[in-house]
Design a protein around this ligand. Structure first.
Ligand SMILES: C[SH](C)CC(=O)O
Length: 266
């Protein structure tokens, strides 16, 4: 009996995350543009469900294809690789950018200063993500990281006056990377006196909430490609504060034992 193809072994399925995520739009485009993916389906699920599917397949050394991104704890936990993307659907390096509502600089200059100066590395983010993945509560993992990285945090709060309990609302999507970054920024804002509320939404509503002023800011803008559509739709109502992390990436990811190197090998 001929060895089943990878496609047959995974039932022509790519395991995705939440609908509305940019990587899901990119993968829908990949299914159209790569002729060999004509019969494939993209499974909408959630970041958490995708991670547990990956864990199950990996334990059984079975093939699986997921919508993956860096930074992410999965690369520390599993031996994974990105499939080459000759059509460039997933772009090159991505930057995660910070956006705030218009008017925040006048209303809350200290919060604005912290959000403007927030910048860290994929390793910093991964350290918090791994703690959370190993069971720590996100707020506790954030507090622990802040204690251990007070020098970096001091750069973010430089020039920001203490406040007395003013409210700040940050919105985010339940991607492991953004759970980490938003909890860290929230804790830093609390350290200078803010009462911080973290609001979890899907990607589109996250942009909309900041654009409409229902939230003060977010640190989850994946650009130039992943969230390009959202920036087109809401960009003129947001204030962009630039990169908070560089060297991010998205694409189709498989365990290293899967005998495919490119999307075209599927
Ligand atoms: C953290 S995910 C790559 C972001 C997205 O796909 O919208």
């Amino acid at each position: 009996k001929s060895k089943d193809s990878i496609a047959e072994q995974v039932n022509y399925k790519i395991i995705g995350i939440e609908p509305g995520a940019g990587i899901m739009k990119a993968t829908a485009k990949a299914l159209e543009d790569y002729d060999n993916l004509a019969d494939w389906k993209l499974v909408e699920s959630s970041s958490a469900a995708m991670a547990s599917e990956l864990q199950k397949a990996y334990e059984k050394k079975e093939p699986i294809i997921i919508t993956g991104w860096t930074p992410h704890w999965k690369f520390a936990k599993f031996d994974l690789k990105y499939l080459e993307d000759p059509k460039g659907i997933y772009g090159e390096e991505e930057t995660i950018e910070t956006f705030v509502r218009q008017g925040l600089k006048d209303d809350e200059p200290s919060a604005y200063t912290v959000l403007d100066q927030f910048y860290w590395t994929p390793d910093d983010m991964a350290a918090v993500m791994v703690e959370i993945q190993e069971g720590a509560d996100p707020a506790e993992a954030a507090s622990k990281w802040i204690e251990e990285n007070s020098d970096k945090v001091a750069e973010w709060t430089k020039g920001a006056d203490e406040v007395d309990g003013e409210k700040i609302k940050l919105t985010y999507v339940a991607w492991d990377s953004e759970i980490a970054s938003t909890n860290v920024v929230g804790k830093v804002l609390e350290s200078i006196g803010y009462k911080v509320e973290l609001i979890q939404l899907e990607a589109g509503p996250m942009f909309a909430a900041v654009a409409q002023g229902d939230a003060d800011g977010m640190v989850a803008g994946w650009l130039p490609l992943t969230h390009a559509d959202y920036l087109d739709e809401y960009g003129d109502k947001l204030e962009g504060l630039g990169a908070n992390l560089e060297g991010a990436k998205t694409g189709l990811v498989v365990p290293a034992y899967v005998e495919a190197d490119s999307i075209e090998d599927l």
